[in-house]
Design a protein around this ligand. Structure first.
Ligand code: HEM
Length: 421
């Protein structure tokens, strides 16, 4: 627990720097400045709450948190378009975002409060008292980040390709792309929302949100055993994810290696986001046998068809009494398995956005998020196969999409993006 309040220490130089920000000194006049300086000598607040170390994920490190971190219960994900074309402003923005993220992930407010009642508070306040709740904030750069605006086109990673159009795609630009993506995960939805909101505030004048989507899975409170979560089609989702807690597996599947180009992406990863709407009403009229044949797994146990337990190996050669493969060749897992040769790290969440007012049907599905060392060899061939043959396509449609270069981690004193800028 960290309810104690720390005395903020402020140097004269800090006060002057602050006064310089946006001409704040001029704006406030002498009285305002006095209030500001005295307010800064007041106390800094942490959001308090349940800040037990087990609830806190370190922000700094070789890799960004939120990629192989065990999944939290909620995601709030947003993509920003940058409205400045000045690279130094972008650098400054990343420095500020890093500082605020480092604080917010540790259960603190987004910045030191001045206490000056003539100013809006530095932090918006809705996470006060809620603690760290395993919050992670993960930043990635979209393909558009490397256009002509910032002079960084030559630094675009070859693996950050424009995704091809996949069969059946019905993508909407308002749910796709963005210069910078931010994935906030936390065990509390209000804490996750708070983080994005405060990053939006910090970005004002330099970045605007292009899209934002919240997602959920069953909570730890509802399922303390931590069994595999189920997606909105009722199936356990994540069973056959590679074990990325094994460093060798993570190096093969997730992390751009030191020898991969460009060097500034070493220890980073490539994220694919697909907003996949489910045709829930159609699915709900489908027989259980058909549902199980669609995934190639039993619904309740999660076991591969013809096996008993969730984690039994996927035996695609196994045949039934009719001589046909027990797991249909066009089922989702038979195809996505890619003969065991291609693997991705999936980290998606369900979403529900009320109803589609045009049809009255539920607007719900999967905010599919996956991490790749190089999507040219992983997500792209996998999705090409799924898009053309997966039986699941009768029940889903991809409506949003993005590919992002998730930067390497940084250490205290550095900032996310410091290997690039
Ligand atoms: C709404 C869309 C989707 C749903 C509902 C869905 C659901 C599932 C389910 C229930 C499983 C079986 C359990 C498991 O191993 O996790 C599975 C496996 C898998 N899915 Fe999906 N999935 C979707 C989209 C995708 C996409 C777009 C990809 C990648 C392009 C993908 C890749 C995989 C992989 C790699 C596996 C594991 C296959 C194996 O056993 O080796 N899924 N998915």
């Amino acid at each position: 627990m960290s309810h104690e309040e720390n005395k903020a220490t402020i140097s004269r130089r800090d006060a002057l720097k602050l006064a310089g920000v946006g001409g704040l000194g001029l704006l406030l006049g002498a009285g305002g400045m006095t209030g500001l300086a005295s307010g800064m000598l007041q106390k800094s607040k942490t959001t308090g709450g349940n800040d037990h170390p087990a609830n806190t994920v370190p922000f700094y490190g070789k890799h960004q948190a939120g990629i192989i971190t065990p999944m939290q219960d909620f995601v709030c994900m947003g993509a920003f378009d940058l409205t400045t074309s000045s690279i130094s402003e972008v650098r400054e923005l990343f420095q500020k975002w890093t500082a605020a993220s480092a604080r917010m992930t540790q259960g603190q407010s987004a910045g030191e409060e001045s206490g000056n009642t003539l100013l809006p508070p530095v932090d918006t306040g809705e996470a006060l008292g809620l603690g760290a709740v395993r919050t992670t904030i993960t930043f990635g750069l979209g393909t558009s980040f490397f256009d002509e605006r910032f002079g960084l086109a030559g630094k675009r990673p070859p693996a950050l390709v424009d995704l091809p159009k996949f069969k059946g795609d019905d993508l909407r630009s308002e749910w796709s792309g963005g210069d910078v993506v931010v994935q906030v995960c936390a065990d509390d939805p209000q804490v996750a929302f708070h983080a994005i909101r405060n990053l939006v505030r910090i970005g004002r004048g330099k970045a605007v949100l292009r899209w934002m989507q919240e997602g959920f899975q069953r909570t730890g409170a509802a399922d303390p055993k931590g069994s595999t979560p189920r997606n909105l089609l009722g199936f356990k989702d994540g069973t056959n994810n590679p074990n990325v807690q094994d460093a060798a597996v993570a190096d093969e599947v997730v992390w751009a290696g030191a020898g991969d180009q460009p060097a500034w992406m070493g220890a980073g990863s490539y994220m694919i986001m697909r907003r996949i709407r489910m045709r829930i009403e159609v699915w709900d009229r489908t027989t259980l046998g058909e549902q199980e044949a669609t995934f190639g797994r039993h619904r309740d146990s999660g076991a591969p068809l013809g096996s008993r337990n969730e984690f039994d190996p996927l035996d695609l050669a196994k045949t039934g009494q009719d001589g046909k493969p027990r797991i249909p060749a066009d089922s989702h897992v038979a195809l996505a398995h890619m003969n065991g040769k291609v693997r991705i790290h999936r980290r998606g969440y369900s979403y529900s956005n009320g109803i589609d007012i045009k049809t009255g049907q539920l607007d719900a599905g999967l905010l599919f998020i996956c991490y790749n060392r190089d999507p040219r060899n992983q997500f792209i061939p996998m999705q090409q196969l799924l898009a053309s043959q997966d039986k699941l396509n009768e029940y889903i449609v991809h409506v949003g999409s993005g590919i992002y270069a998730c930067l390497p981690g940084t250490s205290s004193g550095g900032y996310i993006g410091d290997t690039l800028f």
